[in-house]
Design a protein around this ligand. Sequence first.
Ligand SMILES: [Zn+2]
Length: 335
Amino acid sequence: MQFQTFGANRMRSGDMNLVEDSAMLSLKNYGNGIHVFDSGYLKPGLDAIHLIVDNGRVAFVDTGVSSSLPNARLALQTLGLDALAVDYVFLTHVHLDHAGGAGVMMRDFPRAKLVVHPRGARHMVDPTKLIAGAAAVYGDQYVREVYGEIAPIAPDRIIAAQDGEPVTLGERTLLCLDTPGHALHHLCVFDQKSGGAFTGDAFGLAYAALDVGERRFIIPATTPSQFDPEAMRASIERILALNPTALYLPHYGQAQNVPQLGADLLRRLDAIVTLARREYDEEAASTRLRQALTDYLFSEARAHGCPLDDAALKDILGMDIELNVQGLTHWLNTR
Ligand SMILES: [Zn+2]
């Protein structure tokens, strides 16, 4: 995600307090040494951090923001592990809801190496551009309050992972896969031991609030400013070709029945791109596109069996719809 514009309701101080409410950590165990907890970013259920444990060695996948650090410490403590057990912090990409907390985490985990896409590495050494980019969209104050400290990371602690690069954690191998489409600095992490894939935002978003029984509702994340539909399709197909036993999404958690989700996701990606081409016109800015995308996703959610009314759906998806409109508009303007 990142570069979302929030409705004014997201900025109420009540919501902001959730970020600090780290005593309420719930750590979920998916088996195979894979765990998840909430980063605390903006509201519960929005942004997950995954944890892989193998023979007492630990890797985090994504970091949330700097205020997520107490949750990360608490997760380790809950598992009877400490900061010295952390060998790796993987970043699926350097959007700030995934990577904003990386600097403070690396400071806290002295043995850890940061594993990041080569295109993201320099931004973690010098986050000035990331901070400036976010500030240009939201303003300095918002960036300070929501993202907090974005600390630089020493270059000798960073592994700029090439496509296919294996990383050994305990006795398991984690493969880094170049997966553009959501962002050019995006990698997925495939865990050979469990057959699970940590897909970042490349394989879309699925919020628990939209689940119908076991069935998850998945939508693409067409975020600015590097959304590329053809690359996204290729990355989704590449992930599907691995036959993953499960996906682990930052937004949000484990997803099974991967072939069905892949079909849903590709169909919705095509539909959204078609709709964007049809509805976007520069005169009306993105108003028509926003309405068309909202109508489409709400009707898809209803067809999925989701019983929520428009207000509830807007509460869950409004931020992503705004973000997706921005990304689609940027793509149409610059392709
Ligand atoms: Zn993202």
